[in-house]
Design a protein around this ligand. Sequence first.
Ligand code: ATR
Length: 287
Amino acid sequence: MSEAIPTRVGLLGWPVGHSRSPAMHNAAFQALGLNWEYLLLPVAPEYVADAVRGLRAFGFAGANVTVPHKQAVMAGLDEVTVEARAIGAVNTIVNREGWLVGHNTDALGFLRALREAGVEPRGCRAVVLGAGGAARAVVYALLAARAQVTIANRTVGTARRLGNEFGALFGARVLVLPLTMDLARVLVAADLLVNTTSVGMARPGDPRPGADPLPAGLALRAGIAVNDLVYAPLETALLCRARAAGAQTVDGLGMLVHQGAAAFELWTGQKAPVETMRAAAGGGSET
Ligand code: ATR
């Protein structure tokens, strides 16, 4: 007797070879005894629309979407959630009998990871470093959770645009600063610092290995929680600096696992085995 064909999900991206998602999701499917499989789906930018149609054609239950396709996939979907539309990125597609819905689980994953670490975003004074794609999900999540948000970015104009856009959306005042010593006056009163920049990420040929996004002389107070979204390495220079200052540290594995867990729950309708996923994501390859 032949074994039933597994239900398939996959990762659309370019490249996708270093992703931890297959290990994380396949371990979760196995733990729950589901005959599902998670495949790598490398798709060159010119084929994104074909790939999205292919999800329907091949009867995939859904997909994750990563760089550089998080915006481009939207055009091929039947529906995009309000949250994903506002963040401007889809990282999860759910196929409901040929009707493709785009979600963003990064914001929820970020909040779940924070709360798991005992950090309550509601009412907290948060400083977000960076104003790119990852920052959009984080700032959205923090404002939705009613935190007070300051954005600090190397290019202050990008931060200002993000602050204005999300400030208007949530009826909140978002403070914007350059990534300089100006930050000192905000950090003395901040409860949470989140690094969404790529500074500190291990990359082959990195000109500044082990770099940290904060200006060198800037002090962190012991009462602050520091969350670095970089997860390769898990122990970043920023987190070492925070720990040395007596601050609470939250590494990037939590958000990686919880955005995946939220996607898993959307696809399967079952509660994700978070600890299984964490163990599978924590080991393995570099990124
Ligand atoms: P992602 O989607 O991962 O957020 P991105 O959209 O390219 O990636 O955004 C990268 C973020 O990291 C930006 O905020 C970028 O700052 P700029 O807007 O000034 O480019 C920030 N970043 C990248 N390299 C940096 C560096 N060496 N120093 C400071 N900030 C950096």
